[in-house]
Ligand binder design. Structure first.
Ligand code: GAF
Length: 393
């Protein structure tokens, strides 16, 4: 019923086959992978220095490749949805010269990571990318590519940083080369995700608390609306600016410490839209902390209620949902055994995440299929490990 997706070893086999075809080399020196993510709650709070509660997915991006002697870089992607051409050739920039982003867009993530890599790269490489993270599905295909590529470069030339600095470098790549002023959530969980755990990330201190999430009676269902989402369209940037504007009117560095009372006191200095955006962020940070507490207690009903409140706020106050995501959430909530459902990620399309009792999965999928006006794709997922180096034997 739910879609099956290729395993890590299948992706590696695919990438190795293409590597052999393109470069005529039997075995690449290195193989790595990094996961996409689903955010359970805490949406559009990361760039407000708030809390988020994502988990890493078993959907991953794999990179295989080898170092070469010159300065030449060749990267090939096997991703069918990626824009053409699927092969790029360029030279490593000397003295960190800025490599301008351009076309194809998937290569910008690679260039961005090379640009922000925390050690000087001395020789070129050949690499092949293969991924099971749907592009534009709001499951952080871009962060998983950035983190996988960074992990690949670490095998060629070790850097001097820790895992958090790795996530920060990948976030910079997204800022400068994809043009999205994203927060830290996606790259952070792609690097530091833990098997069988969600991560409560404090996006101000950059500390993460792993929360066990491996109850066999519980299922995390992702439903892809198959409405392609893109954050580079400008709406994301607009939301971020509105939050900064609200914080500045409140005389604060961010909305992290603001209360609804603070916001109401400043009501006549804020336009309606900015007020609503800030209201979402302040309450969403609170909801995320409450949801983490509920998860610790195994209070899934309470968790689910907070998920729905989060969705409604993203729809009504933050205005980043769309008709299709609203339909998916309403349909899921009609099924007995479903605790909660919400859009996940940046919004404007992409996926919903639903928390439900394991025995209700099949009927939930059936019901959503019946009720949804589009063609959804389903993934039953488990919290997975962050970026890893893989054995090639
Ligand atoms: C996107 C961004 F990349 C994240 O940083 C985060 O802001 C998210 O949208 C919304 O919560 O995934």
């Amino acid at each position: 019923m739910a879609s099956s997706f290729p395993s890590v070893s299948e992706l590696v086999a695919d990438a190795r086959r293409v590597f052999g075809q393109v470069f005529g080399e039997e075995t690449p020196q290195v193989a790595v992978c990094a996961p996409g993510r689903v955010n359970l709650i805490g949406e559009h709070t990361d760039y407000n220095q708030g809390f988020v509660l994502p988990m890493a997915l078993p959907l991953v991006t794999v990179v295989v490749g080898s170092q070469t002697f010159g300065q030449d870089v060749t990267v090939v992607t096997t991703t069918e949805d990626a824009d053409e051409p699927r092969r790029v050739d360029f030279r490593l920039p000397t003295d960190r010269l800025f490599m301008s982003p351009g076309s194809p867009s998937w290569a910008n993530y690679v260039k961005g990571v090379i640009q922000h890599y925390r050690a000087p790269l001395v020789s070129g490489f050949r690499a092949v990318i293969a991924s099971s993270v749907p592009l534009g599905g709001g499951l952080s295909s871009s962060a998983s590519l950035e983190v996988a590529f960074y992990t690949f470069l670490q095998q060629l030339k070790p850097d001097d940083g820790d895992k958090v600095s790795k996530a920060l470098a990948c976030q910079q790549a997204e800022h400068t080369h994809a043009g999205v002023p994203c927060g830290i959530m996606d790259q952070f969980v792609s690097v530091l995700g833990r098997e069988r755990h969600a991560l409560l990330i404090d996006c101000r201190s950059l500390e993460a608390t792993p929360l066990p999430l491996a109850d066999p009676s519980l299922v995390i269902l992702i439903t892809n609306s198959n409405v392609r989402h893109s954050l580079s369209g400008g709406e994301y940037t607009v939301r971020r600016r509105q939050c900064e504007e609200a914080a500045s009117v409140l005389g604060m560095a961010s909305l992290r410490d603001a209360t609804i009372m603070d916001l109401d006191e400043a009501r006549d200095r804020l336009d309606d839209v900015t007020y609503q955006r800030a209201c979402h962020v302040i309450k969403e940070i609170e909801r995320t902390v409450q949801a983490a507490e509920a998860l610790k207690r195994g209070a899934y009903k309470e968790f689910g209620k907070l998920m729905v409140e989060s969705h409604n706020s993203l729809r009504d106050l933050y205005k980043v949902s769309c008709r299709e995501l609203d339909e998916l959430v309403s349909a899921a909530m009609e099924v007995e055994g479903v605790f909660g459902s919400r859009m996940t990620g940046g919004g404007f399309g992409g996926c919903t995440v639903t928390l439900l009792q394991a025995h209700a999965v099949d009927r939930t999928i059936l019901h959503i299929k019946e009720r949804y006006s589009g063609t959804p794709t389903f993934y039953v997922t488990i919290p997975s490990e962050g970026a890893q180096v893989l054995s090639l034997s």
